[in-house]
Design a protein around this ligand. Sequence first.
Ligand code: ADP
Ligand code: ASP
Ligand code: MG
Length: 818
Amino acid sequence: MRVMKFGGTSVGDAERMRGVVALVEEARKAERVMVVASAVSGITNLLVEAAKVAQEGESVQEACARFDDTHSAIAKVLSVDLKPAQTRPLAEGLVALGVELRGLLQGVGLLRECSPSVLAHLSGLGERASCLLLAAMLEARGLEPVSVDPRQALVCSGDPLQATPRVEEIRARFATLREGGPGLMLMPGFFGGDARGKTMSLGRGGSDYSAALAAAALDARLLEIWTDVDGIFSADPRLVPEAFALEEVSFEEAMELAYFGAKVLHPKTIAPARERGIPVRVCNSFRPEHPGTRVTATAPLSRHPVRGLSFLPDIALINIAGAGLKGVPGTAARVFEAMARASISVVLITQGSSESSISFCVGEAEATRAVLALEDAFEVEREAGKVDPIEHQPGLAVLSIVGDGMRHRVGVAGTFFSALADVDCSIAAIAQGSSERSISAVISREDGPRAMAHVHRKAFGTTEVVELLVAGVGTVGGELLRQIHQQAPKLRAHGLDLRVCAIANSRHSLVAPEGVALDGWKARLEASESGFTLDTFRAWAKARRPGRPIFVDCTSSEDVALGYPALMASGLHVVTANKKANAGRQEHWKALRETAVRHQRKFLYETNVGAGLPVIDTLKNMLRTGDTVHRVEGILSGSLSFILGLTEAGVPLSKAVGTAMEKGFTEPDPRDDLEGTDVARKVLILARELGRSLELEDVALASLLPEEFDAKGPLPEFLARLPQADELFQRRVDAHRKEGKVLRYVGSVGPEGVRVGLVPVPLEHPLAAVKGGENALSFLSERYSPTPLVIRGYGAGAAVTAAGVLADVLRLVEGPLP
Ligand code: ADP
Ligand code: ASP
Ligand code: MG
């Protein structure tokens, strides 16, 4: 015996019904079959809605007409397959259901009331209609289906909308069908009946449960749930596009997944099958050749400790607390008794419950009633001030990870919670199933989809999405985009989907949640209408898309730098090539780091000093591992090292500056380099890394330009006057050369303070060899002494700087990259 349950989409139209008949015919060749059918998809919603409308006293004509039309349209298409012996009773049967529906709705309209019992009856009409259609089709194929009325067979009691089946009684009622009954049976799903045969609903999605109850009562060999997806997925495929169909899961895993929201199975479906050891197969009626998912007692453990994720929205967290609860026996019993009396089911009891507070989750729709019930139960204590006002927090959801393989495995919960932190998702409460096969986090409902997607990636190692919002598209920003474009396919092969979702400057922007196409971005950017402000970036983060958003600052704007704390607070990590934040006021420097810690956001800025050279990281590691750094000094300006290289070769200063400008090695106004401000900023940043608290004004700064030379005024005038400095400068160069020394523009942090200026160094000094746009830094420390640690290489230019920015971005992503 096999029980085959067909869901709403599987009987959704005439073509689908033909498919069902073909599947049944095939199964019938091998064994006895019971078919359990849902309503045509959309019909149950229509009926429930119509009951509401009737209760409001409004017209239900349209709803009734849609009920009739949907079914008669299917009957009409199917009529070519039918003989008059089926056509006539089918048409009459459908008309009779239409009449029944109108009668019920009229009653509801007159009374302005729809009792649970009436709603149960009304909402089951869809299943009865689809069974009439299937019966006619099966008969026409000569299959002789025997109709089973669930109101007689599935005996229930309790709430007419969430009925409790009476298993023993059901087994008795199925006895004749079980023992040598007909070869093919057909039963509408979704409802049973009370002792007198009145309709009792099994709750929304309950046809799965009907089928499971029937399978248990019939001692079936197999229960098949035919639906519109390839089985039970690792997560709801509508929420997580990367989710995949599972081959086999255990009864317990299926139960937990369904309980915590995997809609593919009604939460109660598995219990009857498990009790009788009946394997369940969840399969796709749109792709019958796909094996689907098998639910068995002996499912092998999965490769990953987590088998699947589920998501239960519309949850509220209730908290009862108070000093008066401490050490008083029976408090928990009273809390849950109050819920039971009010017929409110408790979805989850949190790990946070302690002697003086208990918190648990219920459906959001029940939250107010739950609070009232508790207020009643603890009235005396509340009046005596021993219990605080009872709170409830709506708008939540439960995200659960489920898997038999999680038992006795270390680190699963850690991975789960840190994945939630990755996507800036705060956890209101947690709970672990007593069997250790599920862990649930109560989170905000809005966070659900992106949290699901990210936890899924972490649990199954599927592609991780990182979203970059790039501000500033000058030389560094532009080169960064070029490098990402080139490197993206390689990274994707290693499971990282690096998407540039926004490219912007103050005038223009390109935005695409799925990623901006990087060929020809420049022309499209320039054609765009509006720029991006910091608020738009924040709004992006707040929109809570799946993926980890990183703000990448390639501007040199002070305003943008001042916005980092707000961006972090809204959930963005920050990677910056812009020195303005770290070289700004000390107070801002400190606040920035505090914000990063508070919001668990990363702030990376390796390119602030020495472009792509690993300066900041090296320094941090020395300090972290307990080294004491005595002195850091070096050449920190690629442009100045280029200019000095030329003057040494006899090129006049003004010419050397001109060449550097032409090559794009200087800031637009070369005085920013020549006067040393840029180097001063870098040295300031290093000094702060070393723990010093100081401002830019505290850096002793000496310009590269001779003191006697007037460097003020508009840029063209300055450039025109610059040749006057040539001779003064050359004289200095020559004077030092005679002593065997060369001039280097050096920044240093040492016991004497923080300084920037021209320093004559002997030819054999390591810094003497540094020229042509190179940077070099030496770190003299407890461990690196007397020979300092030296880092040297190109310290300017778009290629190395952009690569440094990209490296910071990749540092934010763990896991095996190339
Ligand atoms: P039916 O009408 O066949 O009973 P349902 O709509 O009740 O179908 O259930 C199938 C749907 O459940 C799928 O289309 C899918 O969107 C959703 N779903 C949610 N979680 C899961 C999951 N873990 N695996 C498969 N489907 C899921
Ligand atoms: N048709 C019912 C519903 O939509 C039962 C089911 O589909 O399982 O809830
Ligand atoms: Mg269903």
